[in-house]
Design a protein around this ligand. Structure first.
Ligand code: BV8
Length: 267
């Protein structure tokens, strides 16, 4: 289950003292810390949905490309300005690919973790709604939600699962302006207040999990750094090393579904 597990004591100076523990020693350490934790903050990325069948953007070495455009272009503020219908086509394509997918054991383990803690916050970079569908409450959707649309003028929102009449772009029912996906594109600010609430939770937590992210996208990746600077114990869960791995106290290398089940199991 755990390919390898590496314990690190990352100091603020970034000096790295690496002890390679056996995977089970480290897993026991993380389980013990979770049992003792009073406040937990979790940041997730596309890897937490990989076992639901949602393709990641970068994992596996294949950069997401659609109709010849890299993901960073078709999902950008520039493209929204230039060609709103193309952006709608891109997100309609992704919604169609998502529509029958279900939360996986990683999502369910995080919902269970929240049930067992007084203070828990989950910030996700994902827009697939799978954390909420698995039972997580108050999910901080740092990059929005693919199932919502937002008016480009009055900011009115609709749920595309219930209020989509198929016109593209949809006309706002309130003011008539064209609507856009309620998703944060590259070059756009995160939704007001969401990042700030996540940063406050990261600042307060004593245990922080970073799950299934290539640790490349900002400002989301500021969050585990805030937790580290505030003295939290940082655990990364990912089959691969990332640019953030060396900043973590523990890296549990494995798939999120299996590792999170092992971390949260009662046994
Ligand atoms: C902003 C919604 C400013 C859209 C997304 C240069 C340096 C640093 C930053 C920048 C830079 N140039 C530009 C920037 C800023 C940019 C950025 O960070 N770019 C990066 C790529 C360099 N950020 C922005 O533009 C942000 N806005 O900065 O605004 C501003 C200021 C003032 C005024 C105006 C603006 C907005 C960023 C949000 C973009 N939107 N998503 C959509 O989905 O189409 S980001 C997108 O990437 C997704 O949300 C995704 O989650 C996110 C990050 O990717 P990951 O989640 O990490 O997914 P990835 O595929 O990369 O990795 C998957 C990982 O899972 C891998 O590590 C893999 O090993 C692992 N894995 C695989 N299987 C499993 C697994 N793990 C566990 N279990 C498994 N089974």
């Amino acid at each position: 289950m755990l390919d390898t597990a590496v314990a690190r004591s990352a100091t603020i100076a970034g000096e790295l003292v690496m002890h390679t523990n056996t995977a089970s020693d480290l897993l026991q350490e993380v389980r013990a810390r979770l049992r003792r934790a009073r406040r937990v903050f979790v940041l997730t990325g596309a890897g937490v949905s990989a076992e639901s069948g949602v393709p990641t953007f970068r994992g596996g070495g294949n950069a997401a490309v659609w109709k010849g455009m890299p993901f960073s272009l078709i999902s950008s503020a520039e493209m929204l300005e230039r060609d709103l219908p193309a952006v709608w086509e891109w997100f309609d394509y992704r919604r169609d690919a998502l529509k029958d997918l279900q939360p996986n054991p990683a999502h369910h383990a995080l919902a269970k973790m929240q049930d067992n803690l007084d203070s828990f916050a989950l910030g996700t970079q994902n827009i697939d709604d799978l954390h909420t569908r698995a039972g997580s409450r108050g999910v901080l959707e740092l990059h929005g939600n693919i199932w919502r649309a937002r008016c480009t003028r009055c900011q009115a929102r609709i749920d595309l699962r219930t209020a989509d009449e198929g016109e593209r772009p949809p006309a706002c029912r309130t003011c008539g302006a064209p609507m856009r996906p309620d998703v944060v594109l590259f070059g756009e600010m995160l939704p007001a207040g969401v990042f700030e609430r996540a940063a406050a939770a990261a600042m307060r937590c004593d245990l922080c999990f970073v799950v299934g992210t290539s640790a490349l996208v900002y400002p989301a990746m500021q969050l585990p750094e805030i937790a580290l600077q505030a003295g939290a114990y940082i655990v990364e869960i990912n089959p691969e090393q990332t640019p953030f791995s060396d900043r973590c106290h523990a890296t549990l290398q494995g798939r999120a579904g299996e590792v999170l089940k092992a971390v949260t199991s009662d046994g």
